[in-house]
Design a protein around this ligand. Structure first.
Ligand code: GDD
Ligand code: MN
Length: 386
């Protein structure tokens, strides 16, 4: 019976490969050397049917590999080159570890810092640990000037459009807790899976630790014009995603607060309405109660409109034309409400012999209900349920 020590950390290291036949074996050896023995590690190579035979080389290596305790290597063979982010994601799906590490096969990412990354996730309660070129102590070796500039611009774009706080959201070397992804749907366009994870996971704690990125000695980078284009495409998608999440938040809170405001205004209107209706009856004993109520209604419509426009719906359009047309709609809906109210008051008072006070309160309540819905939709042009 196998015993799993609760304290053992299970780590899955994902390495995407495309034409890395000259790098991958030395990379696997280097990783094995630097992983502490007490950590149980699964390394997953995700190969896209590399023409140089990377997948086959890994397969042979696994078959001849002497079993080391707590250390396994798996390979995923994909039929065609289908992008870095999706390769990494396929690896994540197959990962058994609760901790995931993503890194390149070309020795640009030093496995020496892996223990520190795991430690930070475990002990300090971070959810994502990014190996960063752009925090103090981090650097890039052997990159051309133009590649450095492209990287800087890409990072600036992410900061600007996606409100990213991290210094190196483009890093291809990072560790995270697998469960942070359970509620996110990723698009997996292009190269930048970390960026997408940072945008789409909420309330996660991230840490950046410095490292030195060294450009590959063997083989070539797969970054090309298409990948730069993909990058812009994914920033655009993530930007729209961010906007959608934000407006949903604003609208859902404001629906509640707008309804609350509308009914508060309604209550003040009710006071204006009742006060006017009662006052007129007591000041002018000869006035017909229906006239008194009609005046009360007109007064309350006006005060309600002003308060709802400026306060409830925060309508900052002060132009006369707009305000007048809104007032027209608002009064029309109020008139419909008022007609219902008058009809009800008349019916309840005269036909049902209810006391005027009671029938008035009942009628006002019924009319107020329809008003909120109609005005939200037609006067202030908002969606009903948002
Ligand atoms: N399976 C698979 N499919 N692997 C791929 C693909 C693909 O379509 N494209 C690239 N890879 C693998 C490479 O074989 C390598 O192991 C790793 O992904 C990174 O590819 P490179 O071509 O070496 O990328 P780079 O060095 O230009 O960029 C690296 O550094 C950037 C930092 O600016 C990557 O780590 C980027 O993710 C990172 O943003
Ligand atoms: Mn590289």
């Amino acid at each position: 019976m196998s015993q799993i020590n609760e304290k053992t950390t299970h780590v899955s290291i994902i390495i995407p490969t495309y034409n890395e036949s000259q790098n991958i074996i030395s990379m696997l050896k280097s990783i094995a050397e630097h992983i502490p023995k007490k950590i149980s590690t699964q390394t997953i190579i995700v190969d896209d049917n590399s023409p140089d035979g990377t997948g086959k080389i890994v397969e042979e290596y696994i078959n001849n590999f002497k079993k080391i305790k707590n250390y396994t290597i798996d390979v995923i063979h994909r039929k065609t080159k289908s992008g870095l982010s999706s390769a990494i994601f396929n690896g994540i799906q197959k990962a058994k570890g609760e901790t995931i590490i993503v890194m390149d096969a070309d020795h640009s990412h030093p496995p020496q810092i892996i223990p520190k990354m795991i430690e930070s996730l475990k002990k300090s309660h971070y959810d994502i640990v990014i190996a960063s070129r752009y925090v103090k102590g981090g650097q890039i070796k052997d990159w051309t000037k133009s590649r450095k500039i492209i990287s800087k611009i890409a990072t600036k774009i992410a900061k600007l459009f996606l409100n990213i706080e991290q210094k190196d959201p483009m890093s291809g070397f990072f560790a995270f807790k697998k469960n942070i992804l359970k509620n996110s749907k990723l698009d997996l366009i292009g190269y930048k899976i970390l960026l997408e994870i940072l945008v789409k996971t909420k309330d996660v704690k991230t840490l950046e630790i410095p490292y030195t990125f060294t450009d590959r000695k063997i083989g070539t980078s797969k970054l090309d014009r298409k990948i730069i284009f993909d990058y812009l495409k994914s920033v655009w998608k993530l930007y729209r995603y961010g906007k959608k999440v934000k407006t949903n938040d604003i609208q859902s809170t404001s629906f509640i607060s707008k309804a609350a405001r509308f009914y508060t205004v309604g209550a003040t209107g009710l006071i204006v309405n009742l006060f006017t209706s009662f006052s007129l009856v007591s000041i002018f004993p000869d006035i017909w109660y229906m006239h008194a109520n009609l005046t009360g209604i007109l007064f309350s419509i006006s005060s309600n409109f002003i308060l709802n426009k400026f306060w409830t719906f925060e309508d900052k359009d002060f132009s006369k034309k707009k305000a007048l047309s809104q007032f027209f709609k608002f009064s029309s809906f109020s008139t419909i409400g008022a007609l219902i109210q008058l009809g009800l008051v008349f019916y309840l008072t005269d036909a049902q012999n209810m006391p005027y006070h009671i029938s008035l309160i009942l009628a006002v309540s019924v009319a107020a209900f329809g008003n909120f819905i109609l005005n939200k939709k037609f006067t202030f042009n908002e969606k009903l349920m948002d």
